[in-house]
Design a binder for this molecule. Structure first.
Ligand code: PMP
Length: 334
């Protein structure tokens, strides 16, 4: 690797794979977390942002000065804005107002034109994803350099980014000694892209969906019914439909994880392993523990540490918020 990077985007990817001590100890397995929070924008979504923008450039869909429009829980917007700034594009980001203040602040900091909308189901045209598509069409009339709707959910450039980078990195970092991979789905890009890359190298690697409450995917993969129950305070994960990024994903099994199970995991990680990650990472690690228990001792299970915990300081790590939701409060925050 060159000692000097061509630019900041050049540091996206090639993240470390970290052994999770407690999760490994309690299962007798090796549980590894891909440290995606170390990407420049602080999340796994930098990879999708870079892949989508590069793909659009290759297809001639983005011209200098062009505008990128996207509906996002925040992380994809942050990744898009960073890459766009470095490459001379502007960003218009549509986000449900329920997402963390830290992500909104970061988007404003990097100069994205942030449009907050009410959190509405996908069936409603005002839903953040659907509104972002409408907005992209409206803006196109007055943007001579053109508008790209990034469309992370159904644009498979997203999963291809993981297929080309994250999956092969995991294979190389484990010397191919990986028995299972699990992660939660927002768009499905991470799970499908890594799943496809690993299966291509060893078809016996088990690919398992990790699903939070409030998502319809667990039931879909278990019994064909897109049905959701419960809720979760995690952000960026859970899905009510089969996105194009999920179509054909090689999924062998599914586990459901509650916030009550996931939160103690991330609190313990802070106190015992010095690792501060967000809610979706907690869901992923708890899912990896369940998969490891299923496989039995001696196996290697890989998951994703999607983003850094400070992104949720006002929620996940805020005692007042946790108490209001009847969730456990770590003793050093109480
Ligand atoms: N975790 C977080 C914090 C996210 O923002 C996202 C993306 N929305 C994911 C996990 C899920 O990744 P993917 O979209 O690739 O399924």
């Amino acid at each position: 690797m060159a000692k000097i990077r061509a630019d900041f985007n050049d540091t996206i990817g090639n993240t470390p794979l970290i052994k999770l001590k407690r999760a490994s100890e309690i299962t007798g397995c090796t549980i590894l977390g891909k440290a995606e929070f170390l990407n420049p924008g602080g999340s796994v979504k930098d990879r999708a942002a870079l892949a989508i923008i590069t793909d659009a450039e290759d297809k001639g869909l983005l011209k200098p000065g062009g505008v990128i429009v996207e509906g996002t829980a925040g992380n994809t917007g942050i990744g898009l804005a960073l890459v766009a700034n470095a490459r001379g594009y502007r960003t218009v980001i549509v986000m449900p107002e329920t997402q963390s203040q830290e992500k909104k602040d970061m988007l404003r900091l990097v100069g994205a034109d942030l449009r907050l909308v009410p959190a509405l189901p996908y069936a409603n045209p005002g839903n953040y994803v659907r509104y972002s598509e409408t907005l992209a069409k409206e803006l196109a009339a007055n943007e001579p350099a053109g508008v790209l709707w990034a469309n992370q959910f159904d644009n498979t450039a997203n999963r291809m980014g993981h297929y080309r980078t994250t999956g092969p990195e995991i294979w190389e970092q484990t010397d191919g000694k990986v028995d299972a991979f699990t992660c939660a789905v927002g768009t499905g890009g991470t799970l499908a892209g890594i799943g496809l890359a690993l299966k291509e190298r060893n078809k016996d690697i088990r690919i398992v969906l990790a699903d939070p409450m409030g998502s319809a995917l667990y039931n879909y993969y278990a019994n064909g019914e897109l049905k959701a129950e419960g809720t979760s305070i995690t952000e960026g994960i859970g899905q009510g439909r089969i996105t194009q990024n999920l179509v054909g994903a090689p999924i062998d099994g599914q586990v459901q994880v509650t916030d009550e199970e996931a939160l103690p995991v991330i609190f313990d990680l802070i106190k015992e392993e010095g690792l501060v990650v967000g809610g979706s990472s907690g869901i992923n690690i708890m899912a990896a523990i369940k998969v490891a228990r299923d496989l039995g001792p001696g196996h290697t299970v890989v998951t994703v540490l999607c983003d850094y915990g400070t992104r949720y300081q006002s929620k996940l790590f805020n005692p007042a918020f946790l108490r209001e939701k009847n969730l456990p409060v770590p003793e050093w925050l109480a």
